[in-house]
Write a new protein. Structure first.
Length: 357
């Protein structure tokens, strides 16, 4: 489990909410579904996955057999094409599930070198993975940094790359993908049968609302108590909280790296962290603009909802004012019959009884 560098454990509101949402999804035991965990860079998605794995193993899949492998996964990596190839993903999953043909073997006991796994085509890998999932009773496959799966300029090709991971979804296996906003765009827009399987969990940043500002200040105060930071004033980070929220885009992981950068700069200057040190270590305009543009595009993508439509009223639920009783339909109007008139005269259209002879 990756822990924050400045504190052993720090759980903030957005992190806790997403974790509760993920746990709630798995308590319902989803099948044939793909869970998409998206958010800004350094937002804490990998740490969320670590917490989720601990929850699944301790509460959901605690009764698995000794030869079962309930959870498998890998972290996507870039190649010279800037993306992760489907074959790499399949090889990583087959190695993690324990397939004997895809295990690394030491060349010798002395040298820490390993012989790579055998190379096979994608068809063989898919068939081997399908059999391994069944024999090892795999319940969930997790892919971290999954945005590397779709990092290509060819729109059709990036959709095909992500669709290749759809083969991981089985009646007993759930696919969990964690990555940046570009992953969500491809997953929702290019393949209908994949998009409709998605359960999207968003780990957002902290914005300008009063509740977000208060929670951000609490996070800043918690990090300010770290013994690894040498602050010139105990109230320094609290006083600079709003400025830090703007410069760090409201993302806790970026704040952590920002403070580490400030501490290293202060150590080089042989001085504690001060307002001037924070000023000298603020991000460049290009760096800030790039991250802000990515976050805003993701927020727009996930914040746009389907348009509400007007639902027509059911014929069986007519308002009383328009009912036959309220409108007086079927009643005789004034003057149609006189008081004291005979029954047949009151309702002249009524069938006259037969006359006995």
């Amino acid at each position: 489990m990756r822990k924050p560098k400045l504190t052993d454990v720090i759980e903030h509101r957005n992190f806790r909410f997403c974790l509760d949402e993920l746990e709630g999804i798995f308590r319902l035991c989803p099948t044939e579904a793909a869970i998409l965990l998206v958010g800004p860079t350094n937002g804490g998605k990998s740490q969320l996955l670590a917490y989720l794995v601990s929850f699944l193993m301790n509460e959901i899949y605690q009764g698995v057999g000794p030869n079962d492998r309930a959870l498998i996964g890998f972290s996507a990596m870039t190649t010279r094409q800037g993306r992760t190839t489907p074959k790499f993903a399949l090889h990583e999953l087959l190695e993690d599930v324990g397939h004997p043909f895809f295990q690394l073997e030491p060349i010798s006991n002395e040298a820490p070198l390993y012989r790579p796994a055998i190379k096979t085509d994608e068809t063989y890998c898919l068939r081997a993975l399908k059999g391994a999932f069944h024999s090892r009773n795999v319940k969930a496959a997790i892919v971290d940094d999954a945005h590397y799966l779709v990092r290509t300029k060819d729109e059709e090709y990036k959709a095909s790359l992500l669709e290749a991971m759809k083969g991981v979804i089985t009646p007993q296996t759930t696919l969990i993908l964690a990555g940046g906003y570009e992953l969500a765009e491809v997953a929702m827009a290019y393949r209908t049968h994949f998009a409709e399987r998605l359960l999207i969990v968003h780990l957002p940043r902290y914005g300008k609302s009063p509740s977000d500002i208060n929670e951000w200040r609490r996070v800043v105060a918690t990090m300010g108590q770290s013994p690894k930071l040498r602050l010139g004033s105990t109230h320094l980070l609290i006083d600079e909280a709003d400025r830090l929220r703007h410069e760090c885009h409201g993302v806790v992981g970026i704040l952590e790296k920002r403070l580490i950068r400030a501490q290293s700069y202060a150590d080089a200057c042989h001085t504690p962290i001060s307002a001037e040190v924070l000023k000298q270590t603020r991000p460049t305009a290009l760096q800030w603009d790039t991250t802000e543009a990515d976050i805003k595009s993701g927020e727009k993508l996930l914040g746009t909802r389907v348009e509400l439509i007007d639902i027509p009223q059911s014929p069986n639920s007519i308002a009383p004012s328009t009912s036959a009783k309220a409108s007086g339909a079927g009643k005789h109007t004034k003057g149609t019959w006189k008081k004291g008139a005979r029954p047949f005269e009151r309702k002249p259209r009524r069938a006259q009884p037969a006359v006995r002879t």
